[in-house]
Structures are given as C-alpha cells and as structure tokens.
Ligand binder design. Structure first.
Ligand code: DQQ
Length: 547
C-alpha cells in the first residue's frame, strides 16, 4: 500500500525529504524566525540524528539551510538530540542540546553551541566550544534517561536556571534544575523543580510564564517574578510511555526553586495540549509580536514501509499562539494569525439547520487543503444522552471509542466530515457530542466531548487509525460551540471552542484526495443543529523548504 504523493502536506512544515521529529530551539533573531528539528539526513526512518534548520520571515514560508548541528565532537558523536535556545543578555542566542556519546544510546550529556557570526541573521554556522560537554549526569541521576534541556531563565542576581528531563526509579518523571553563573559551569539543585509518580520519563520539558486572567500577550521566559503577582507558570512534559504532551498550570516559588500545580490533582488529570498526534513540543517567546508560540511534532500513522516509499516522514503542526484561559485552569491555543495569509477562495453558509440524520455538502471550492471555521448552535439540549457509566464519564478517549461518529446520539454527534469521498465511504469525522452530567445536581454543566474519528478515513487497511478525543471545558448551556479545522491533505488539525481542546490526526485517504476530497457538515444526533455560520477557505501553498 503506497500512500499517494498527493497526500504530502501543503502548508505544514516539512523539509524536502526524509525523517523529522521534535522541533528544537525555536527562536526569533534580527527579523527572522528559526526552527531547528530532529532530522535524519539519510532516510525516512529515525536515526543519524542532526539538527535540520530552516528560517522564515513569517513562520509560514520557509527556506531550508544546512543542518545547524551534526555530530562532530566526542560528546555528540552518536547524535545531536533535542534542546532549546536561550537569548543571552547581549541578544545572542545560545543552544543547549543533548549529545549521545556512546554508540548504544546509553549515556546522555548536554552540550552548548553559539553562532559563529552574530551579524548573520540566518545564524548559519554554529560553534561548539571546547569546554563541552557542560553537563554530565551526576550521582543518582539516570544517565540513560537524561535529556532535552529547556530554555534557561534568569534568577536572582542574573544567575541562570534550566531544566533537564529524566526519570527516577522506574516511573517517576522528573525535571531537574541546573544553576549557573556563566552558562558554562552548571550544578544541579538538590531537589528537582517538580516530579510526578507513574508518568515515566519526562522528555522535552518546557517551563514558562503566562499572564494570568486571559491576556493573550506572551511573556519572555526570563520575566522578572517580582512585582508581577499575576504571572502563572506552565510546566509541560512529553510522556515517552504514552506519547503525548501534558501540562499543568501553577506557581513557581523562586526562592525554593519549586513548581507547584494549582490543582493538586493536576498531574493525574493529564491536561493535554492536543488530544491527538502531537508530541515533543516546545514554546518560545516571540518578541516581535509579543506572544508565546507553540511548535509540536506530528508523526505519520501509515507504516514505516510506506514512509520509506514516500521518502518522508513527520511534520510540524501549525505553530499555535498559547495563552491562559480566563478561568486560569487551562491554556487556549490558536493557529498563528499569519496562517490566514494563505487563505484563498472561500465559501460561506449562514443559518442552515441540519436535521437529525442529515448532512450538507460545502461545495464551490477544493477542500483537500483548506481552513474551515464553523459556529454551531443547538436549539435544545433537552435530548442530551446521559453519561451514567463512570468508566466512560472520566475518559474521553474511551467514551469516543464507544460512541464514535457512527453511533447515533441525542445532541450530536455533529460536526464535519473532512477529506470525504463523494460516496462518503471515506471520511474523517471531527465532531462534538453533548452529554447530561450523571446523577449530579440539576445545575451541573452538560459535558461536551470533542472527537476526531479517522476509522473511516481510508480504504487502505494498513494504517493506524486511532480515535482521539478530549472533553471541552465550556459552558454550552446557550447551545453555542465553535470549531476550526485546518485540513492539509494528510493532516486534520482541529481547535474546539476557540482553542480549548485541540486534536491533530494524520489520515491517508485512498479516494478522497486532490480534487476528490469533499467537505460536509453532518448531524447524527436526534436534535436539530444549526450552522450559524461556516466559512471554508482554500489554502495556498507557501514556500516550503524548496519542496
Ligand atoms: N526525541 C529526541 C530526544 C527526545 C525524543 C531524539 C522525544 O532528545 O527525548 O530524537 O521525541
């Protein structure tokens, strides 16, 4: 089963060919955005890892440069693994990254690299000073699980702090704190910033301040803590065991150098950036537009043999602006505004009621590469299904597995069928389903589930087609909810309720690609659903690394 070349993405970040994984060290320098990424220059499977490097003026059109870091010193001979950039007080970025110095991947150390020529806005050449490695796993640290340094921040007296992900014992995820005066000699703080039982290795930790109370503006990682009581912190970890990125919102006690999630059960709740295929993400502060931007990697879900045949594997999700929800309990995410510059021809529908069991095709444009924004209104929630099974009530993924797009409901499932064939044998459903909260008092909020169901996305049998789902913490009592979906040939990237719940899926239609890809609104519930407004735009292809 060879995946069709028309399924290569059009506006998601990809190099011209080969394997990519984690985004590394995103940064802004002298008018240019930089993204580095884990890259195999020799093929479409993981291995031979170097740092690919691309630059952009707008985070949308990308120019590929030579790899920025390749194995060249004893402390990175077997791979230049993930890391982050920190801007020095003089404006120069430094990169900290993990080097593998033994062939068996068994020992991980941290290295630093600096630009050779700071007057080059493209930062083409990076130099590794001879004092590398600058951090080695010390006593009590698991040297085989010790990697992915964060962006460093400045503490009292201008001293530096950064985190390194690890695991202690068999399954306690840990973020160790390292301190330095000179960015050269680093010592580990006695206690980690934070740790959590049963989470396994914490890959790619990320730790950053956000403005409290729903302000969209981002903060520099080194924002001074003093005098800014409204600043909250976010700690994100990528769980190697479960392959997703979860985060908590909390407080950073600078004196004790400890982080405490606001919700004591935060680490058990596993709030996720994305309930789909999205991993090893990293944020950076964009000083040009004063926002914090999130990059995340989306793997393929075809077979590795397909990847080898295609000659490429892995994309980066569309960069997202992240900020704290007014509730303070979670983040909101939205595609960076620059992506809207790719919008071309559009179609708008208004005030269309979709009756139970009905669907409506959105015609008049190609939708294999599109951006869709839709506002739904459910006139009555009276018919919402009960959510009595406690095992399902707390587990969105299982709930959606049991009540997928094809299972008729009360209020919903309603939403979009994207990348659908004319006969709808192929279709990816992105939808909501509303439940009445079980047993609880009559004033309890209806429960909103958001799902991305690719189980009918392709007639090709050799694909991984997991249904992904998350709850949406929104008040739907007025019947209103919105959905935005970025469709890009083999990507379906969705933002529910203004970015409260996000789900990225990879799909590989065998019929519904190119001009044959169609878009529908559907309603498989028992209650009417109104499309108050839907606009779909064709998306142009940006310059993408010369591909
Ligand atoms: N990928 C890198 C590691 C990181 C993992 C290696 C996460 O540094 O822990 O390619 O995907």
């Amino acid at each position: 089963s060879i995946v069709d070349p028309l399924l290569r993405t059009g506006y998601h970040f990809q190099p011209r060919k080969n394997w990519i994984n984690d985004p590394n060290a995103p940064l802004y320098y002298k008018g240019w955005y930089h993204i580095f990424y884990q890259y195999n220059p020799k093929g479409a499977v993981w291995g031979n890892i170097v740092w690919g490097h691309s630059v952009s003026r707008d985070l949308i059109n990308w120019v590929a440069l030579k790899p920025a870091l390749e194995p060249s010193i004893p402390s990175d001979r077997y791979g230049c693994w993930s890391g982050s950039a920190t801007t020095m007080p003089d404006g120069t970025p430094a990169i900290m990254y993990t080097g593998v110095n033994r062939p068996d991947v068994d020992y991980q150390v941290q290295n630093v690299a600096y630009p050779r020529n700071t007057s080059d806005p493209l930062l083409r050449e990076w130099v590794k000073p001879s004092h590398n490695p600058i951090i080695v796993p010390g006593g009590g640290v698991n040297a085989t699980q010790f990697r992915d340094p964060t962006t460093a921040w400045r503490a009292a007296g201008g001293h530096w702090r950064l985190l390194i992900g690890s695991v202690s014992g068999s399954a306690r995820g840990v973020a160790y704190v390292y301190r330095s005066r000179d960015f050269r000699r680093w010592t580990r703080a006695r206690r980690p910033l934070h740790s959590a039982a049963a989470t396994g290795m914490w890959e790619c930790p990320d730790f950053y301040p956000v403005e409290a109370a729903g302000r969209r503006e981002g903060l520099d990682t080194s924002v001074p803590g003093g005098g800014r009581p409204r600043v909250k912190y976010v700690l994100k970890n990528s769980l190697d065991l479960r392959r997703y990125d979860y985060y908590t919102v909390g407080a950073y006690d600078r004196r004790a150098e400890r982080y405490v999630p606001d919700d004591p059960a935060g680490d058990e709740r596993h709030l996720r950036y994305d309930y789909g295929n999205f991993y090893a993400s990293k944020t950076f502060y964009d000083p040009a537009k004063r926002r914090r931007i999130l990059w995340g990697w989306a793997n393929e879900s075809d077979t590795s043999a397909d990847d080898v045949a295609k000659g490429w594997a892995g994309i980066q999700a569309i960069p997202r602006t992240v900020w704290l929800d007014p509730s303070g309990k979670q983040l909101l995410q939205w595609p960076i505004e620059e992506v809207e510059a790719l919008r071309g021809r559009s179609v708008t529908l208004k005030g269309r009621v979709i009756k139970p069991g009905q669907h409506l095709e959105v015609t008049g444009l190609q939708t294999a590469q599109a951006d869709v924004e839709v506002s739904f209104e459910v006139p009555s929630l009276a018919g919402a299904e009960r959510l009595d099974d406690p095992a399902l009530a707390g587990d969105a993924q299982r709930l959606c597995g049991a009540r997928g797009a094809a299972v008729e409901g009360g209020v919903g499932p309603f939403g979009l069928w994207v990348l659908a064939s004319a006969d709808r044998r192929e279709r990816t459903a992105v939808f909501f389903r509303v439940f009445r909260a079980a047993a609880a008092g009559s004033d309890s909020k209806p429960v909103v589930l958001m799902c991305s169901d690719p189980t009918k996305s392709s007639l090709n049998p050799n694909l991984y087609q997991p249904t992904f789902a998350g709850f949406v913490d929104t008040d739907i009592s007025n019947g209103k909810i919105s959905l935005r979906t970025l469709i890009d040939r083999s990507v379906v990237e969705s933002f529910g309720a203004g970015g409260k719940t996000c789900i990225l899926s990879r799909v590989y239609p065998s019929l519904a690609f190119g001009k044959n890809a169609r878009l529908y609104v559907f309603n498989s519930g028992k209650a009417d659903v109104k499309v108050s407004r839907l606009t779909a735009w064709e998306m142009r292809k940006p310059r993408m690394n010369g591909a």
